[in-house]
Design a binder for this molecule. Structure first.
Ligand code: 4AD
Ligand code: MG
Length: 483
């Protein structure tokens, strides 16, 4: 008999119909009630076994974590807790699981710490929390493609191996097939990368933006959605060495259009998750609420996870310039009471404590900060006109989210060839290396803008998970590339 997924059985139950379901046993109580989960939904299907009808030795194999196929008639449930249950007439043992071994894993049905679950990332898909997180992760990804497709954007696959450092931060992983023990050397003793696979030094990309801009200069509106790699040694709950980024780029858009696009996209994702992930979201909401109870009163979130999503959808993001943000911070009682660890003054970068203050204390909503000093932003951002000397700013935008910090970073791009060439010189970038990028400014250059959304940070926000390692199946962080 053809298998039906449990999600389908539970969402359109046909009482009296015969079903075959396959999944993993979450629990087998009283030799009678099997809780079966197949990953299609957070909800288990309850199956009822009349033990007198089956061979005892076979029933012994129905243990937590084992895989079984069950066939039977769907009936209204006698017990509370579920509307329907499967009255089992045939059992197929598909994969056994030794109970003693299961005891040593996260599949043992009890509460485990997220740290312990991370050590068993290969098995944590079997838990309620990670089942929910990865179903929601899928939904967010799907929502993003749908959002852009509906608006006439083309999905562009930009290269993963590249010779350029788009962000100029020098945090790159080198890609080479030279013999690490005996690389070919030049006369001066340095490694001769001309003999490397690509005939030059290449690395894993930190951003698909530069190539995305090239595509936007012909296709109009594009987006990338791919893996990005950063060798920054920041062991925080918000950084990964390998993460996924979405980077739209739109010809003829300015910084204001760019802000509108990003705000609409973020709201769309939140609404999509609320509409399509109801069961998982309800579970994650519960989970977070329970976790909050163990925290001191003053550290608890004011809104629940679902309330936060509703809030983001319903309220305009606060938009302020960097200069205004500095003023707000300097006029805050927090600043006057010397509660910030880092200095606040025009020309210094905002630290995460400052960003958190603005988002969580001052405005209590997502905040878009624009027009940052040119000195700490990337070379490609458009120089603002009419700046006071020494106070040059660029048309940058960062979107900060409560509990997360920077969710989106973007800008209007420098489309003026002469200004861009000067920027390259100032940043020590050789024009020959970026000849192809500069070329787009030679042939019908137009104003354009784009941004990058950190995919895992968005998944953190919509799932309420507080560590980025818990929203990607196999996290890569300093000293950690297991699985
Ligand atoms: O602000 P970033 O560095 O911007 C860019 O890379 C631009 N090229 C984007 C563009 O304009 N097309 O990175 C964009 C976003 C950040 O706001 C953050 O959400 C996320 O990527 N991000 C990280 N996420 C996880 N781990 C890391 N190490 C991250 N670094 C950045
Ligand atoms: Mg940034």
């Amino acid at each position: 008999m053809k298998r039906t997924k449990i999600a389908e059985v539970l969402s359109q139950p046909e009482v009296g119909a015969t079903y075959c379901v396959k999944g993993w046993v979450r629990a087998f109580r009283s030799n009678r009630f099997i809780q079966l989960n197949d990953g299609s939904t957070i909800n288990n299907l309850q199956a009822v076994v009349d033990f007198e009808q089956f061979d005892e030795a076979m029933l012994k194999k129905i243990t937590t974590a084992s895989a079984v196929g069950l066939t039977g008639v769907l009936a209204e449930s006698q017990g509370s807790g579920q509307a329907v249950e499967l009255v089992v007439s045939a059992i197929e043992i598909i994969g056994e699981a030794n109970p003693d071994d299961v005891q040593k894993t996260v599949m043992q049905p009890k509460k485990h710490s997220l740290e312990y679950l991370r050590e068993q990332a290969h098995l944590r898909f079997r838990t309620n929390t990670f089942g929910a997180v990865f179903r929601v992760r899928h939904a967010v990804s799907y929502a993003i493609h749908q959002f852009f497709n509906d608006r006439g954007f083309y999905y562009i696959h930009t290269p993963i191996i590249t010779g350029s450092d788009a962000e100029g931060a020098g945090e790159m992983f080198r890609v080479t097939n030279l013999d690490a023990a005996q690389p070919p050397l030049k006369e001066d003793g340095s490694v001769d990368f001309e003999q490397d696979f690509f005939g030059k030094q290449v690395n894993l990309t930190v951003s698909g933006q530069l190539e995305g801009e090239l595509a936007a200069m012909g296709l109009g509106s594009i987006y990338t959605f791919g893996p990005t790699f950063r060798a920054e040694n920041s062991n925080t709950s918000r950084h990964l060495a390998e993460f996924w980024m979405i980077e739209p780029e739109v010809a003829f858009n300015d910084i204001h259009d760019n802000m509108d696009l990003a705000e609409n996209m973020l709201k769309y994702i939140c609404q999509y998750v609320m509409d399509t992930c109801k069961d998982d979201l309800a579970f994650l909401n519960e989970r977070e609420t329970a976790e909050q109870q163990s925290k001191p009163q003053n550290e608890r979130a004011e809104l629940t996870l679902i309330e936060r999503l509703q809030f983001v959808v319903a309220n305009d993001f606060k938009r302020i310039t960097y200069t205004e943000a500095i003023d707000v911070l300097m006029n805050s009682s927090h600043y006057k009471k010397k509660k910030f660890k880092y200095d606040v003054s025009w020309g210094t970068d905002l630290q995460s404590e400052h960003e958190r203050y603005l988002v969580e204390k001052e405005f209590k909503r997502p905040v878009i900060i624009t027009d940052y000093p040119a000195s700490f932003k990337a070379f490609y951002m458009r120089a603002n006109e009419g700046c006071e000397s020494g106070k040059e700013t660029v048309a940058a935008m960062d979107i900060l989210f409560p509990g997360i910090g920077e969710m989106v970073g973007g800008s209007q791009r420098e489309e003026r060839l002469d200004v861009l060439k000067k920027k390259c010189a100032d940043f020590g970038i050789h024009e020959e290396e970026l000849w192809w990028y500069l070329d787009t400014r030679r042939f019908g250059s137009v104003p354009h803008a784009g941004f990058g959304l950190g995919f895992e940070r968005m998944v953190m926000f919509v799932t309420g998970m507080s560590n980025i390692r818990d929203v990607i199946p196999f996290p890569r962080t300093p000293q950690n590339a297991e699985f």
